[in-house]
Design a protein around this ligand. Structure first.
Ligand code: DGT
Ligand code: CA
Ligand code: CA
Length: 378
């Protein structure tokens, strides 16, 4: 059954079978952001909490750092039980600040997007991506690309993540989860069966407790057990659709493509200047390709933005943003360029030398006038 795993990479690729699919997941995400913004938390158990406000401690733990996990704290447990577990231990309980994490998430996803053929964000801290084309189908090149992505995220956002590279989405997700934190797990087609077989079925994407229990009832505990069941054997219990899903995903034969989903909420690009500068002309020349990239994506995705921001990063890595809100949404490149130049001028006169500069458009809206005009022109 594992025809793609038995063939050499080259052969499989020639038949269009081998893909390089990645999955990236940020480590203890909300808690990691809190740690990086306040390094004195690093050695403590850190718990990011959603307070419901009913009583002082009512609410749940959204996530916890690894130090807290060692002490038995998990996502989703009540804050009061976390406090019980940590009685007598110094720990940090922090209120969840979703907007802050979204900012980090958007920037991380943008770094990922710059480095892959296609990406599909599936949550605030995770995404699938496809690098078949840019790696030329080589897992060596793919491994190198994944470590570049990891180090860019660390350098630019100071966050660690875990990445899996494998031939399918299901296996890439298992791979990113295999070594955490700061992991990079690569599963070549020839290793796929050995990698997946011993894992528990509940690790498979989309298998909850109920399905896992039902599978146990027919003697299926590991992914390997499941792969050995054929579809008719699973059909009775789960119905045709689920049976096919279970069998193909356990066999490493899922061929779901990585697909960009939904509309972007912002488009941005950041560049590093050749040398620190406060000269708007010098900076604008270097920013031109970034402006062009943003403009191109706006057109490709048929978007109209209402806000334009210039982001300045100083040599101490502090970040300042200047934003202009437009009266009406537009996709016009000269509006973008003019605003970028204005905002940049304001930013350098306030901050002095910049190390890195970024451009961002956001607040996308449908523009009735504009879209009927572009339809007319088409
Ligand atoms: P990881 O990936 O195991 O290192 O740890 P996290 O914390 O990144 O876990 P993940 O990837 O499952 O979830 C990403 C973020 O989503 C996490 O930082 C906080 C939030 N989250 C996860 N589970 C829960 C939950 O049960 N309740 C609430 N309120 N938030 C959650
Ligand atoms: Ca995570
Ligand atoms: Ca996640």
């Amino acid at each position: 059954m594992q025809c793609n795993t038995l063939k050499s990479n080259g052969e499989a690729l020639a038949e269009g079978l081998t893909r390089l699919v990645g999955h990236l997941d940020l480590d203890y995400f909300y808690a990691q952001v809190e740690e990086l913004e306040n390094p004195s938390l690093r050695n403590l158990p850190v718990l990011v909490c959603v307070y419901s406000g009913r009583t002082e401690d009512s609410g749940v733990v959204s996530t916890a750092n690894y130090r807290a996990r060692e002490l038995g704290v998990r996502s989703g447990i009540p804050i009061a039980s976390a406090k019980k577990r940590l009685a007598g231990i110094e720990a940090a309980f922090i209120r969840m600040d979703r907007e802050k994490y979204e900012g980090y998430s958007e920037r991380v996803m943008e770094i990922l997007r710059e480095n892959v053929d296609v990406m599909e964000q599936t949550g605030i801290d995770e995404a699938f991506f496809d690098i078949t084309k840019r790696s030329g189908g080589s897992f060596e090149a793919g491994t190198e690309m994944a470590s570049i992505i990891k180090s860019q995220i660390l350098q630019r956002e100071r966050l660690t993540c875990s990445v899996g590279i494998a031939p399918t989405k299901i296996s890439a997700k298992l791979a990113s989860d295999f070594k955490k934190p700061d992991g990079l797990t690569v599963v070549r087609p020839s290793e796929l069966t050995d990698f997946m077989e011993p894992m528990l079925v509940e690790k498979l994407y989309g298998i909850g407790d109920k399905t896992a229990k039902a599978l146990q009832g027919i003697g299926v505990v590991t992914i390997g057990d499941l792969a050995r069941k054929d579809i008719p054997q699973l059909d009775d219990l789960f119905g045709q659709k689920m049976a096919v899903y279970l069998h193909t995903s356990a066999s490493g034969e899922d061929d779901e493509p990585v697909q960009e989903r939904g509309q972007a909420t912002q488009i941005s690009r950041i560049i590093t200047l050749k040398r620190n500068s406060r000269d708007p002309d010098e900076i604008l020349t270097q920013l031109a390709p970034a402006l062009d990239y943003v403009q191109r994506r706006v057109v490709e995705e048929d978007l109209f933005f209402r806000s334009i921001s210039v982001i300045g990063i100083l040599s101490d890595l502090s970040i300042k943003t200047r934003t202009k809100t437009l009266e009406a949404p537009t996709s016009d490149s000269s509006t973008l360029n003019r605003a970028a130049s204005e905002l940049l001028g304001a930013l350098v006169s306030e901050l002095g030398d910049l190390r890195r500069v970024g451009i961002k458009v956001a607040d996308f809206e449908e523009s009735k006038e504009q879209s009927s005009l572009s339809e007319f022109l088409r």
